[in-house]
Design a protein around this ligand. Structure first.
Ligand SMILES: [Zn+2]
Length: 298
């Protein structure tokens, strides 16, 4: 198939000028290399179906549309709009706010919100590519003043744990974030296990909960945070995330926090693969890829 590989908006507009172009693109991803297996009877022979790009099983006559079983099925606006929103969510450095989606694409707030939630669902990490090398970990609060003792109730503030690969010469690697209730070992350990390689050279501050993880993470080193000065890269990353969230969504409830963390990390971790990020996201939409079947990078 002719895979879309560009970050140029004009090229995008020419490549996808109608909803039919988008439907064809979906069909090409879904039935790559012309491989077809009937969902009803397993037969692999097909003929042209009733709708554009749909396929009809030659044995049981089941007619399957290109969007059937994908996350493009049953969306209440046209595919061209959906493709433009996916493009903005993946290629634009800061994605797109729900307000912008609403006004730029004439979609109601509720519809736009539902679609964004769907997309955030497939932006979730597959947990197949843990962070490696030098990895810094800390927690931060979203939606309120920073100060406050650990282990206490955070009120309306949201507590987030973040891990970031620190590369040579001040460069940042990949990053993951997770919304947690408390900075306890019970909540920190699953985050470590999901996102940090056991061989990584992890650095954290002196918080006691991190010490308990040394049984699995033998290279974990605890240093004084010195108000974040010793975790400079990590704190730049936290500031960038908070700035983005403020610009995109003013009041992010606890329920929706993880979706925004996933969305941010999805784009951030693929910032060096922008040519293919739109295609990868569309592919995940077509195959309905959620946490266990996704491809992470590339
Ligand atoms: Zn069949």
């Amino acid at each position: 198939m002719n895979m879309y590989k560009s970050t140029d908006l004009i090229e995008f507009i020419q490549f996808f000028s109608t909803s039919d172009d988008c439907l064809r693109y979906i069909a090409n991803i879904k039935w790559a290399n012309n491989l077809f297996t009937c969902k009803k009877c397993g037969n692999t022979n097909y003929c042209k179906g009733k709708q554009n790009y749909s396929r009809r099983c030659t044995k049981c006559k089941y007619d399957e549309s290109a969007t059937k079983g994908t996350m493009f099925e049953r969306i209440s606006f046209d595919l061209l709009r959906a493709f433009h929103i996916l493009y903005a969510l993946s290629v634009r450095k800061k994605g797109i706010s729900s307000y912008e989606i609403e006004s730029e694409f004439s979609i109601s707030q509720e519809t736009c919100w539902k679609f964004r939630k769907k997309v955030q669902g497939i932006m979730k990490s597959s947990e197949q590519y843990p962070l490696e090398g030098y990895v810094d970990v800390d927690e931060f609060l979203v939606g309120g003043p920073e100060k406050g003792k650990r282990g206490r109730s955070h009120g309306k503030k949201k507590l987030v744990v973040i891990a970031l690969e620190r590369l040579a010469s001040d460069k940042f690697g990949r990053s993951y974030m997770r919304y947690i209730q408390k900075s306890s070992a019970e909540e920190l350990r699953p985050f470590f296990n999901a996102h940090i390689s056991k061989d990584a050279l992890v650095r954290t501050d002196k918080w006691s909960a991190y010490a308990t993880l040394k049984d699995e993470y033998s290279n974990l080193e605890q240093i004084e945070s010195d108000d974040g000065k010793n975790f400079r890269e990590l704190h730049i990353q936290i500031m960038n995330f908070k700035g983005w969230l403020r610009g995109i969504h003013h009041h992010c409830s606890k329920k929706h926090m993880q979706g925004y963390l996933d969305e941010y990390c999805f784009r951030y971790n693929r910032r060096n693969y922008l040519n293919t990020i739109f295609h990868k996201l569309t592919e995940k939409m077509v195959f309905n890829l959620t946490i266990n079947g996704a491809t992470e990078v590339g």
